[in-house]
Design a protein around this ligand. Structure first.
Ligand code: NDP
Length: 251
């Protein structure tokens, strides 16, 4: 129904959390998925589990902070499939520290993972999609792309940058029939924010500001990413779709 059957879909950061749910959603839609991350046990387990759904799934090592690793990842996709229809850039990390004490090494790591990694992966994917004259890219941004929250200076800098980068790619690559969009998730319980979610005060504070009165599920972000990558969204590019229970609308 989504028109994703037999599409080749690469998911950077597809081994767990939102990326894993996105890989599963694409697989349900009949796509072949390639999952990349640093932790071999996780990307292997994710690919094995998705293959049991009856579709092709490959787990590959990928460190988005390394140009060499990114090139090897995309070269392997060339060898295995000979094309790439969709890239979802889901790799991400966060370190919460007050701005005046933010450590330089943490700043560098967050920027390399969330922003430079997006540049490296989108550039590799874009070069292939330009040759094909077809493709779709979805980046996973954040509420911090739009609003300021404390202790996340590096994360917000990357997610604000990632949103703007997404829009520039859409403007540059529209003529090549490549669509580039973002999904902006709300509060989704994953490994990324497990510490916050264990804190009752944090949970209540967020829920009190949440129009829909609940947190989101990884599969709800996955649905939006699949939609934006699919032919159902054939005239949507340069857009950012908030999937956040109304949180942004209320701020
Ligand atoms: P998780 O920590 O569950 O997943 C993060 C994924 O990114 C993992 O697959 C991880 O694998 C991968 N990753 C991290 N560093 C690298 C790296 N250097 N190279 C390749 N892959 C890497 O977090 P979420 O699922 O929550 O986050 C997914 C995306 O969604 C992130 O971009 C995050 O910023 C964004 N987001 C999440 C929200 C939430 O509430 N959870 C809200 C808004 C945005 P590995 O560590 O093995 O490499």
């Amino acid at each position: 129904m989504l028109g994703l059957e037999n599409k080749i879909v690469a998911i950077a950061g597809g081994s767990r959390g939102i990326g894993r749910a996105t890989a599963e959603r694409f697989a349900q839609a009949g796509a072949s998925v390639v999952i990349g991350s640093r932790t071999e046990t996780e990307f292997t387990e994710a690919a094995d589990s998705i293959r049991k759904m009856g579709t092709t799934a490959l787990g590959l090592p990928l460190d988005v902070t390394s140009k060499e690793s990114v090139q090897q990842f995309f070269n392997r996709i060339d060898q295995e499939f000979g094309r790439l229809d969709v890239l979802v850039y889901c790799s991400g990390m966060n370190r919460r520290v007050p701005a005046e004490a933010y450590p330089e090494d943490a700043w560098d790591q967050v920027l390399s993972t969330n922003l430079k990694g997006a540049y490296l992966c989108c550039q590799e994917a874009g070069q292939r999609m330009i040759q094909q004259k077809d493709g779709a890219i979805v980046t996973i941004t954040s509420m911090t792309s739009h609003i300021a929250t404390p202790n996340q200076s590096a994360y917000a800098a990357t997610k604000g940058g990632l949103l703007q980068y997404t829009k520039v790619l859409a403007v540059e690559w529209g003529k090549h029939n490549i669509r580039v969009n973002a999904v902006s998730p709300g509060y989704i319980e994953t490994a990324l924010n497990a510490n916050n979610f264990r804190n009752e005060t944090f949970r209540n504070n967020v829920l009190n500001q949440m129009p829909m009165g609940r947190f989101g599920g990884t599969e709800e972000i996955a649905n939006a990413a699949c939609f934006l990558a699919s032919p159902m969204a054939s005239y949507i590019t340069g857009a950012c779709l908030p999937v956040d229970g109304g949180f942004l609308a209320g701020h």
